[in-house]
Write a protein that binds this ligand. Structure first.
Ligand code: 3PG
Length: 220
């Protein structure tokens, strides 16, 4: 089957205006809501202005509200969105974009109508083809390392060269460069910039340093 390349795309320009600012998107799993603003501030001051806050903890939505209020210049994605109901909660909390680890038809459908653009998670060409039919052109590739990594993304470029990806899952300072070198990769994401040890110790200076190194290293 060949995919219909003429289908209208869904908010590709909006997503590009966010992700083009960011080679690296830190993934935040916030355990204590008090950490949200100092953690996000350290990352933004270090030069990483696009962040993903995952809905994996109870305080995640409150964390997003606080970060949005404190750092209006940052772009905040809400990640680990599994259902349209969570998507709506992310909209209400002020998300600039929504990230999903995988996709369902319900999410693809909801995302087309939402004012907040979605970066749907895919790991296979079939998921990509389904997303394409709904108009999606930008995807999260998750879990990147476990799903074939750089080789898989190179292979995706064969049938669907126009799709662009933000790989996450197993990415770190050592392999990020290999992903960013691919034409179909717009940015990479991961939790390596927010190590638990530093967050628990409230070592915001240490986080800022990590962010600065990443921002300088990967700036193209
Ligand atoms: C995600 O949700 O994107 C991942 O949990 C990030 O993966 P990592 O922890 O391997 O960086």
């Amino acid at each position: 089957m060949s995919i219909d390349k003429q289908l209208p795309s869904t908010r590709t320009t909006e997503l590009d205006s966010i992700t083009l600012k960011a080679e690296v998107i830190p993934v935040l799993v916030i355990q204590r809501v008090e950490d949200a603003v100092p953690l996000a501030t350290a990352l933004v001051e270090g030069g990483l202005t696009v962040l993903e806050v995952t809905l994996r903890t109870d305080c995640a939505l409150e964390a997003v509200r606080r970060i949005k209020a404190a750092l209006p210049q940052a772009s905040i994605g809400v990640g680990t969105v599994l259902t349209p109901a969570q998507y709506r909660q992310a909209e209400q909390a002020g998300a600039d974009f929504v990230v999903t680890p995988g996709t369902t038809e319900a999410l693809y459908r909801y995302g087309v109508t939402s004012p907040v653009p979605m970066l749907p998670g895919v790991a296979t060409v079939s998921e990509l083809m389904t997303g394409w039919q709904y108009g999606y052109r930008r995807f999260k590739f998750f879990p990147a390392e476990a799903s074939g990594g750089v080789k898989a993304l190179k292979a995706f470029a064969g049938p669907i060269p126009e799709a662009r990806f933000c790989p996450t899952g197993g990415i770190n300072l050592d392999n990020a460069e290999d992903y960013l070198a691919l034409k179909n990769v717009m940015s990479v994401g991961g939790s390596w910039l927010t190590p638990n040890s530093l967050v628990e110790a409230e070592d915001w200076h240490g986080i800022r340093q990590l962010a600065r190194e990443a921002a300088q290293h990967f700036h193209h």
